[in-house]
Design a protein. Structure first.
Length: 295
């Protein structure tokens, strides 16, 4: 009888990549790049600053994600969706993850400080502190964690702007608010889909305590309704035009339809539709903003 070959061991590099939560970070980095580009008037110097802002923020976000996994390793071990992460699965040690997180976040902060502006570095440090030191422990204490965690999730919109302009302005705050509000229905849809996992892990996400989902559905719907006017704030001051406005209203309408469906009847299919709508909302919206800025 022919022996069956054992599966190849997972690459250590992939385990470290998992620590960075690359799919989550990708959306944040799109905002950093858009914000930095919107802050300036174009040119090679600006492009270099935007690049350093994106790379520096990527390192800070990766380090923060690793430290988050370090603090939540026991909870992750109790949840099916996270039990195979590098720490609970035993492929990396807490010591490995601690030093990776500290070194990666530290390198990102240094890049922001030395190659962009002190304000961008300070905002990067605030993002790291709020995500690891405030949001992470609050996930086990209060259902408000999603709303509080959306603050460090939106701060990269300010980092990109500060990296290029060296100061903040109305355009930066409108992008911050856009990303903040977008996160609410986005993460509520995820929390609803994985509410049993979150319950097993001891996390107080809103859908864990909101057993029939009525409050979750209302908050998701209110978040999308708030997003409609918030998405039009870049028009103030002429930083975006009618093309952007048309795209924002179209995408907002699609997002709103999914939110109404979820609020009306909570179920896995409606929650997935809301999640898909949130994922399909942000990239084309930011692209339309950049196109309006360019032309």
């Amino acid at each position: 009888m022919k022996a069956v070959a054992a599966p190849a061991p997972r690459s250590v590099a992939l385990d470290y990549l998992d620590l960075c939560k690359p799919r989550l970070s990708a959306f944040v980095l799109m905002v950093v790049g858009t914000s930095g580009w919107m802050a300036g008037g174009g040119g090679g110097g600006q492009a270099l600053l935007v690049l350093h802002a994106v790379l520096g923020t990527a390192l800070v976000a990766s380090g923060g994600s690793a430290l988050n996994m370090l603090l939540e390793r026991r909870q992750d071990a109790r949840m099916a969706r996270t039990a195979q992460r590098p720490l609970p699965a035993g492929r990396l040690t807490p010591h490995d993850v601690l030093w990776f997180g500290v070194a990666t976040a530290g390198a990102g902060l240094l890049q922001l400080l030395l190659l962009t502006t002190p304000l961008a570095a300070a905002l990067g440090a605030a993002t790291l502190l709020l995500y690891v030191g405030v949001y992470t422990p609050l996930k086990r204490l209060t259902t408000l964690n999603t709303h509080i965690g959306a603050i460090p999730g939106a701060l990269p919109a300010l980092i990109g702007w500060a990296a290029v302009a060296g100061r903040l302005g109305p355009g930066a705050y409108s992008l911050f608010l856009l990303l903040y509000v977008w996160q609410i229905p986005h993460f509520l849809s995820i929390a609803w889909l994985y509410r049993e996992d979150y319950r097993a892990g001891g996390f107080r996400m809103l859908p864990v305590v909101d057993t029939d989902g009525a409050v979750t559905g209302r908050q998701a719907l209110l978040g999308v309704l708030a997003l409609l006017p918030v998405s039009l704030l870049p028009l103030v001051g002429g930083r975006a035009g009618m093309f952007y406005a048309a795209v924002a209203l179209l995408l907002g309408g699609i997002f709103l339809r999914a939110a109404i469906g979820f609020a009306w009847r909570r179920g896995a299919d409606r929650a997935r539709a809301l999640l898909r709508a949130s994922l399909l909302y942000l990239p084309p919206l930011l692209f339309a903003m950049l196109l309006d800025r360019a032309f």
